[in-house]
Design a protein around this ligand. Structure first.
Ligand SMILES: [Zn+2]
Length: 364
């Protein structure tokens, strides 16, 4: 009451005014309590624990849907992008489309001199098979606690273009991985907006030149790492995750994992646990062998990180009859499986970004 009295109410106040003041005071007290409560919840936001992050993860997993992936893939693997051959018009259009997606979703371009507005320029002649200028496309979410530690989630967006007048659409290879990375980034951005910023930084990397020798990722790793490779904690690479191969036609609930245990036991264990707890796919390790005759470990972009002792997981659905044919089209994708595999990669990335320690490299 003291404040009210000193701020003007004199001794001649009548009862009515006194009641009014009491009500006013009560309102103000309630307001202060409310502000206090909000203040407390604001300060908790800054110290979300790992348990808090685990608790909200299922909500963000659900934001990655078959419908959205399908909408995106019908664009990325459309006629307009002409099979996305490195350096050609179709690849440029695809690059623009991916960049626009990130701009629309307010996901930033990474900092530094090597990237200009989401594009890392690779000049013609950098490697003999780069005949025309081309570009990697990137987006970035900065970590809150360990911003210098980087997780890379990657997919190649180039394909083989037009041959003999036929468009090679590359819906599975690797339109599927391209749209997965886009939707994974969007899920991380949504979480960030809700206060769950990743503790480590995440680079969403769409590489070019894969089909002509893993050249976009080679350029990144060998010539122009946007972030120091020693600070790169892991690479989750996705190349062909929308189809079901012959071996799994009766049980499509699977994905092949390659590389998870080759450099880091921690990474392998984290990946297994995340899948068990949140997703429930059959993780098939059939091709997880450097001596496998298919040599898949060496055949996509993760290898340019693995060769630098960065732990990797390569997510893959296996080959099929439309592999590198004009018939690799978006109508043949199993969108429920594409969604579930994308969710697995997202959940694994979430755990890697938010875990106390980065995965230890304990194997060579
Ligand atoms: Zn390919």
């Amino acid at each position: 009451m003291k404040n009210f009295k000193t701020s003007g109410a004199d001794s001649s106040q009548n009862n009515k005014k006194s009641i009014h003041l009491k009500i006013h005071f009560m309102k103000k007290t309630i307001l202060l309590i409310l502000i206090g409560t909000l203040g407390i919840s604001c300060s908790t936001q800054k110290i979300f624990t790992k348990a808090d992050y685990d608790k909200v993860l299922p909500k963000y997993i659900q934001t990655i849907t078959a419908d959205e992936l399908k909408t995106q893939l019908y664009i990325v693997a459309s006629e307009e992008f002409e099979g996305r051959s490195t350096g050609e018009e179709g690849q440029k259009k695809a690059a623009e489309y991916i960049r626009d997606f990130y701009k629309k979703n307010e996901i930033a371009s990474p900092p530094g001199e090597h990237v200009n507005d989401h594009f890392q320029h690779i000049p013609a002649g950098t490697f003999p098979r780069i005949k025309k200028d081309t570009e990697n496309v990137m987006a970035f979410i900065k970590g809150s606690e360990k911003p210098d530690e980087i997780l890379i989630v990657s997919a190649h967006y180039d394909h083989v273009g037009i041959k003999n007048g036929q468009i090679y659409f590359g819906a599975d290879d690797d339109g599927s991985g391209t749209v997965a990375v886009m939707e994974i980034a969007k899920a991380f951005k949504q979480a960030e907006k809700d206060g769950y910023k990743p503790k480590r930084s995440i680079l969403f990397l769409h590489v070019t030149g894969e089909e002509i020798g893993l050249l976009g990722s080679k350029f990144y790793a060998d010539k122009q790492p946007v972030f120091p490779l020693e600070n790169t904690i892991a690479n989750l690479n996705t190349d062909m995750i929308g189809r079901v191969d012959e071996a799994h036609k009766d049980n499509p609930n699977y994905v092949y994992l390659i590389g998870s245990d080759m450099l880091s036991t921690d990474l392998h264990n984290l990946s297994e646990e995340v899948n068990k707890k949140y997703i429930g796919l059959d993780l098939d390790y059939k091709f997880n062998d450097v001596n496998d005759p298919n040599q898949f470990y060496y055949r996509s972009d993760h290898y340019n990180f693995a060769k630098n002792n960065i732990p990797v997981i390569f997510y893959f659905n296996g080959v099929h009859k439309d592999y590198h044919k004009p018939t690799d089209t978006p109508d043949k994708i199993n969108y429920d499986m594409l969604a579930k595999r994308s969710q697995l990669i997202f959940a694994t990335a979430w755990e890697l970004a938010n875990s106390e320690n980065r995965p230890v490299v304990d194997k060579k």
